[in-house]
Design a protein around this ligand. Structure first.
Ligand code: HEM
Ligand SMILES: *[C@@H]1O[C@H](CO)[C@@H](O)[C@H](O)[C@H]1NC(C)=O
Length: 323
């Protein structure tokens, strides 16, 4: 008994020490230049002169596409996240294989069988090229689509910052390091802090799991008898189509679909980091919305290519020329 309890308390100490280290590191993290450098920054009015219809064009193509595939908007916001976490928000996730120069990020575990909506991005790009040729980058298409997907699910709206240009490379190592549904909380926090995204950003951004689908192979339950691994379930099983704070209430009831959602309450590191934030957002939807918007803008600001860096791709799947 005594041995068991001392083992438990030393395990507790170990965990406490581990979480304390995590907290200490938080202040020291400087990410890699998430903010645009050199004075030029993204702006919401970037296309006011050069392509005033950009927002409406993106919205119309998404509206048309979701008639036959309801999941288009949620798949697109997920693409923006996976784009921004690899080389910054530069459209790198959209590039197809063009070996040896370009090895596509689409085949890494986090994207393979999960990243979707590429045909819709192609359609958006074609519509934009018709409206204002050579102006709107593929990275900005994903940023606009992310906002539109939330707006179409009910709210909140925000002014998307624009001006990103498209990258000319992919980064497989970084794509292999995308957050995983099987990561423990300290790993998730670390992966966000690498981009100067803090605990509140992690909790707010995971709130995007208030809508969209998940393959049962990634859920805590790992499918039920007779279900194939790719069988789709709702991420939010209570209000699956609505962008609301119900997701956090599901967590409080222990009903998150992903383990990486539930760890924000259940992990030993949660009490000192994410738990109070989950409670806040569960109890106050406006508070969640305000923070979600701020965090989306922060995420969209990860290492953008601006000014003369990068290019405006003609085709989102290919760089304009071999570099
Ligand atoms: C902590 C980091 C995150 C992890 C580990 C994670 C993991 C996942 C997983 C495993 C899926 C299901 C994929 C599948 O079944 O094929 C998913 C779906 C989704 N994720 Fe996340 N996610 C994270 C953060 C985010 C963020 C930051 C956003 C957006 C702001 C987001 C938005 C979505 C959406 C909307 C879906 C549904 C996609 C669809 O319906 O096609 N996730 N996520
Ligand atoms: C889920 O179940 C499948 C089939 O039983 C198994 O191959 C897979 O490893 C399981 N996944 C996890 C994460 O446990």
């Amino acid at each position: 008994m005594a041995a068991a309890s001392s083992r438990i308390s030393s395990l507790g100490l170990l965990l406490a020490a581990h979480c304390a280290l995590l907290l200490a590191l938080a202040g020291a993290a400087h990410g890699h230049g998430y903010a645009p450098s050199g004075g030029v920054a993204l702006s919401s009015g970037f296309y006011d002169e050069s392509c005033p219809s950009a927002y409406d064009v993106v919205r119309r193509v998404i509206q048309d596409a979701r008639v036959s595939d309801l999941r288009v908007p949620t798949s697109l916001i997920c693409l923006h996240f996976h784009d921004c976490f690899v080389n910054g928000c530069d459209g790198s996730i959209l590039l197809d294989d063009d070996l040896p120069a370009i090895q596509s990020e689409k085949h890494v575990p986090a994207n393979d069988k999960s990243a979707r909506g590429f045909e819709v991005v192609d359609d958006i790009k074609s519509a934009l090229e018709a409206a204002c040729p050579g102006i709107v980058s593929c990275a900005n298409i994903l940023a606009l689509a992310a906002e539109i997907s939330v707006e179409l699910a009910g709210r909140p709206r925000w002014r998307v910052l624009l001006g990103r240009r498209d990258g000319t490379t992919t980064n497989i190592k970084s794509a292999n390091n995308l957050p995983s549904p099987f990561d423990p909380l300290d790993k998730l926090l670390e992966k966000f802090r690498n981009f100067n995204l803090d605990d509140t950003d992690l909790v707010a951004l995971q709130g995007a799991h208030t809508f969209g689908k998940v393959q049962c192979q990634f859920t805590q339950q790992n499918c039920t008898a007779g279900q194939s691994s790719g069988a789709l379930e709702n991420l939010d099983q209570v209000t699956p189509k609505l962008f609301d704070n119900k997701y956090y209430n599901n967590l409080l009831e222990g009903h998150a679909q992903l383990r990486s959602d539930q760890v924000m309450l259940s992990d030993p590191c949660a009490a000192a980091t994410t738990t109070p934030i989950v409670h806040r957002f569960a109890g106050n939807q406006q508070d969640f919305f305000k923070n979600f918007v701020a965090s989306m803008i922060k995420m969209g600001n990860i290492s953008p290519l601006i000014g003369k860096d990068g290019e405006i791709r003609n085709n989102c799947r290919r760089v304009n020329k071999r570099y």
